[in-house]
Design a protein around this ligand. Structure first.
Ligand code: FE2
Ligand code: FE2
Length: 170
């Protein structure tokens, strides 16, 4: 059975993962309007993944005797100056999510809730990948991708999961 504090902080994460999904959906829509079909595709897939993260929390809370609450979601930003600005926002947002997951991990240790701690380990690893993958895209843009948006847009889907493969290889 979840403690009230763990239930509440996991419900906070339901909201944050759901917001992440909407944030990336809004970015997908923005990119699609710019004619950046590849970038839009990357964001649509990312948005679906965040929805799956939200569902993992919803199901975990309910399974452990708590009650998942589906909240209101804040409206995400509509426009970005350019692709770099959008991906800088992705990295900032993922760093915020990492801190948020780590805060829950700390609370599980404080409360000796080892089940929730175990459940969270998947998210701890996932956040490594999320930050590395946003950083890899920002690096490619710095390498000149922003001057060759046509090629960058065509290739961006090839970057999915590259960072984690590189990590696994080292
Ligand atoms: Fe997530
Ligand atoms: Fe994420």
């Amino acid at each position: 059975m979840l403690s009230k504090r763990i239930e509440a902080i996991c419900n906070r994460q339901v909201e944050r993962e759901g917001y992440s999904s909407n944030l990336y959906l809004a970015m997908a829509s923005w990119a699609e309007n710019q004619g950046l079909t590849g970038v839009a595709g990357w964001f649509y897939v990312q948005s679906d993944e965040e929805r799956v993260h939200m569902l993992k929390f919803i199901k975990y809370i309910n399974e452990r005797g708590g009650q998942s609450i589906i909240p209101d979601f804040k409206k995400p930003p509509v426009d970005y100056k350019n692709v770099e600005e959008a991906f800088n926002e992705v990295l900032k947002h993922e760093q915020f999510i990492t801190a948020s997951i780590n805060e829950i991990v700390s609370l599980t240790l404080e409360e000796k809730d080892y089940n929730t701690n175990h459940f969270l380990q998947w998210f701890v690893m996932e956040q490594n990948e999320e930050e590395a993958s946003a950083q890899a895209i920002i690096d490619k843009l710095k390498l000149g991708g922003k001057n060759h948006l046509y090629v960058f847009d065509k290739d961006i889907m090839l970057l999915r999961g590259t960072a984690s493969k590189e990590q696994a290889a080292t």
